[in-house]
Structure formats: C-alpha cells, structure tokens
Ligand binder design. Structure first.
Ligand SMILES: CC(C)(COP(=O)(O)OP(=O)(O)OC[C@H]1O[C@@H](n2cnc3c(N)ncnc32)[C@H](O)[C@@H]1OP(=O)(O)O)[C@@H](O)C(=O)NCCC(=O)NCCS
Length: 196
C-alpha cells in the first residue's frame, strides 16, 4: 500500500471510490458508517490534482493497469472551494471563530475534505496515514487546516477527534444539516505522521 499525491491517471479510481461512498449512490449497508456529500466535476477534480496538488491517495500498486485507489482526501485553498455553497458559507463565518486563543483569519487557513477510506482497510491506520500526509503537503503554505464534519457522521467525528487529533472549534448549521467546525495546526504532521 502506498500513500502519495494523486496523478491524472488516478482520476477514475478516485471517482469510483467517491461514487461508492457518496450520499446519493452509497449502499444501504455502508450508509451507517458515514458518507461523502461533496460532488465534484471531472474538470474540478483534474484542477485539484494538477494545479492544487490537493488529492492524496492510498493505493495498491499494480504492474498491469492503474493502481487500485482505496482511499483519498481532498484539500485546497478556499479560492478553489468558493463556488460550493457550503464552503462559501464557511468562508463567511470562519472569521467569527477563535482557534488556539486567536481569531481565525481566512488567509491563514485552507479546507480539507472530503476524506474517504474503503471499508476493506478501515481501522488499519490508513485514515491516519492519509490524513497526516495531506496535512504535511500543506504545511509550508498554511499554518492552520479547517474542516467540517456532519454531526450525524459519528465515525468520522471519532476518527477526526481521536485519530487525527483535531480540535472542535465550534458548530454551525447549513441547510438542514448540523456541522462541527474542526481545526488543527499543520505542523502537527511532524508530531503525528504515520506511515503504512
Ligand atoms: C470517516 C472515515 C474516513 C474514517 O476512517 P476509518 O478507517 O473508518 O477510521 P477508524 O476506523 O480508524 O476510526 C474510526 C473510529 O470510529 C469508531 N466508530 C465507528 N462507528 C462509530 C459510531 N457510530 N460512533 C462513534 N464511534 C464510532 C471506530 O470504532 C473507530 O474507533 P476505534 O479505532 O477506537 O475503535 C471512513 O470511515 C470513511 O471513509 N467513511 C465513509 C466516508 C465518510 O464518512 N467520510 C467522512 C466525511 S467527508
């Protein structure tokens, strides 16, 4: 298993995993363990991979054909996300919150997520490996990473609190959903980095 930045050749694998765990297409069996709600076009995904270097994957290398993508997480500066209504809302409210005793400044932060790990490798450390590899990728550019977790997604809440060591900064609502706003300093990647 390898944790690395995605290339354009990984796009189909990322899309397949996203389809498997997206709210609109997930199976009834998988739904209780959480789902992804963010949709992304091929053009946006290609930009995220190539321009933002914002897709980190965990993959099973293959000698014949593309590597098998078993997990991914997305991350990018807010400018990338601003056309998604939920992220636009987050951009508006973030300056109202404090983190580590200081009021948040949007330009010091970027947005991570969605994150997705195939059921076959959950609970193996794959989540942490992916999380801290992505955090490390942005360490030079931003001091703070922010994300949202839907309050009904208890597995994701537990993983982000207990395994990723993220801090719950506050809560907010958008549409009919209730979210936690979570944050972490990007230099935590040095302390907690895990290799798989
Ligand atoms: C969220 C996700 C990335 C976490 O990765 P993971 O490999 O499942 O995480 P882990 O198993 O290492 O950690 C999850 C923890 O939550 C616990 N957990 C599971 N169900 C839970 C529940 N209903 N309530 C509270 N905790 C729960 C697990 O027991 C585990 O803790 P433990 O290792 O101490 O037992 C993965 O489950 C996933 O891809 N889910 C589908 C997509 C998703 O929801 N993405 C996040 C939203 S963008």
């Amino acid at each position: 298993m390898e944790v690395r930045l995605a290339k354009l050749g990984d796009m189909e694998g990322v899309k397949e995993l996203l389809r498997k765990y997206h709210r609109d297409t997930i199976s009834d069996e998988d739904r209780p363990d959480g789902f992804v709600t963010t949709a992304i076009t091929d053009e946006q995904l290609a930009e995220l991979i190539e321009k933002e270097k914002g897709v980190t994957i965990i993959a099973e290398p293959s000698d014949c054909g593309p590597d098998k993508v078993l997990g991914f997480c997305f991350a990018a500066p807010w400018e990338f996300w601003e056309t998604w209504p939920l992220f636009r809302h987050m951009m508006d409210i973030i300056p109202d919150y404090e983190f580590e005793g200081k009021r948040l400044v949007l330009s010091d932060t970027y947005q991570y997520g969605p994150m997705c790990v195939d059921r076959s490798i959950r609970g193996t450390g794959a989540f942490e490996a992916l999380f801290f590899a992505s955090l490390d990728q942005f360490r030079e550019r931003f001091p703070i990473m922010l994300t949202f977790v839907n309050q009904i997604n208890k597995r994701s809440e537990s993983a982000h609190n207990n395994k990723a060591h993220m801090e719950t900064i506050g809560t907010f609502d958008f549409g009919d959903n209730h979210y936690f706003l979570m944050g972490i300093c990007t230099d935590a990647s040095e302390k907690y980095a895990k290799h798989i």
